[in-house]
Design a protein around this ligand. Structure first.
Ligand code: URA
Ligand code: SF4
Length: 214
């Protein structure tokens, strides 16, 4: 893939500018089969930015991130952790839905390293405008996009990390040192055998976020 960079407007002054430009992105092949680009949304001066994997089926149809089952669970966890939802922005590492058709059904497929790399300029551009205090890395794909290929959720979750210093290519990110915290993806909570325990783990991690934003 050629990557998203040539679609990112260098003079963007708002998330809306980026969102409009991203609607036409053809930086990798995922745009061809998906319905639309699903850009980030939330407070323009958010203190906390959540980064997920990619839009799901519902998000692909409506054009907004985290509005399906995973989004509902995440909103509940945000509330239970005591975070202020008006100070958040939420986006995805990859902005088109990757799926495989099985009959009529569109089955989620994890984006590959090439998709993650191709789409990264959009996350970089979002951070450049938002300049958040804290980045919440939701699951493995976001971790690979922001930290690097060696990222493992199970090993790195729940504790504050200096970021982008802890990333593989910190110089790519147009932000000064800020904090990051990784946790499990809300979809992983929905799939867990012991959902209550997984949910409590997510909320506990988000409480660390709440305790460390000013
Ligand atoms: N899962 C994600 O990672 N992002 C969404 O927007 C929806 C589900
Ligand atoms: Fe562009 Fe990202 Fe969509 Fe690929 S997934 S076409 S890089 S917006």
């Amino acid at each position: 893939p050629v990557g998203a960079q040539e679609w990112v407007p260098p003079q963007a002054t708002s998330i809306d500018d980026l969102k409009s430009a991203a609607a036409g992105c053809e930086g990798c092949e995922l745009h061809a089969d998906a319905t639309q680009t699903v850009f980030g949304r939330g407070a323009p001066h958010a203190k906390i930015v959540f980064v997920g994997e990619q839009p799901g089926d519902v998000e692909d149809q409506h054009g907004l991130p985290f509005i399906g089952p995973a989004g509902r669970l995440l909103r509940e966890a945000v509330d239970d952790a005591g975070l202020d939802p008006t100070e958040l922005y939420i986006t995805n590492a990859v902005k088109h839905f990757r799926f495989e058709l099985r009959g009529e059904r569109r089955i989620h497929q994890t984006p590959g390293p090439a998709h993650i790399a191709a789409c990264r300029p959009w996350v970089v551009a979002e951070f450049a405008l938002l300049k958040p205090q804290m980045v919440v890395v939701l699951g493995a794909t976001a971790g690979k996009a922001l930290i690097g290929p060696s990222f493992r959720v199970t090993q790195q979750r729940g504790r504050l990390m200096p970021w982008p210093a802890s990333a593989q290519h910190p110089e790519d990110f147009p932000v000064a040192e800020i904090q990051a915290l990784a946790t499990i993806h809300p979809s992983a909570v929905l799939r867990a055998d012991d959902r209550d325990t997984a949910y409590r783990g997510l909320v506990d991690d988000l409480k660390v976020v709440a305790a460390n934003v000013r």
